[in-house]
Design a protein around this ligand. Structure first.
Ligand code: DQA
Length: 146
């Protein structure tokens, strides 16, 4: 089972700056992820929170809850949350960081990811397909190490 976590403001997908983030809603994105997961033989649970502490708790508890990996879009927390970074570092599961937009093509303050320093890798710029690529990677990783 894979835990997909979306951070602040991602509940507004579809309405929020659609020229950057597209027109797909969070619900539709989560449905797509469930479908991709099923194709890859991975169960997927998706959660979203606007609160840093809630995300920290979900990350802390993921292994105990029985998840085997985390796909994380930390939203703006990407760029400054040492708490989220520490949460990722303090738990055993592989974390893949994803972004809908290409951080490197955006404002200078978005071009650095603090959280990605603790992630296995980062997929950025492919819209919803960033999540699919993360799942493809995790399916391979988890199959190799059951
Ligand atoms: C984002 C990029 C972040 O800089 C921004 O704050 C978001 C979304 C993305 O998916 O492209 O909320 O994480």
């Amino acid at each position: 089972m894979i835990l997909i976590l979306n951070g602040p403001n991602l509940n507004l997908l579809g309405r929020r700056e659609p020229e950057i983030y597209g027109r797909i809603t969070l619900e539709e994105l989560e449905e797509l992820c469930a479908g991709w997961g099923a194709e890859l033989g991975l169960g997927v649970v998706a959660r979203q929170s606007n609160f840093e502490g809630q995300l920290v708790e979900w990350i802390q508890q993921a292994a105990e809850e029985g998840f085997r990996a985390i796909v994380l879009n930390p939203g703006a927390l990407t760029h400054y949350s040492i708490a989220l970074l520490d949460a990722i570092r303090g738990q055993p599961l592989p974390v893949v960081e994803v972004h809908l937009s290409n951080l490197h093509a955006r404002e200078p303050y978005r071009q650095h990811s603090l959280t990605a320093t603790a992630a296995k890798g980062i997929v950025s710029g492919f819209g919803p397909l960033s999540y699919k690529m993360a799942l493809v990677y995790l399916a391979d990783l988890l199959e190799a190490r059951p």
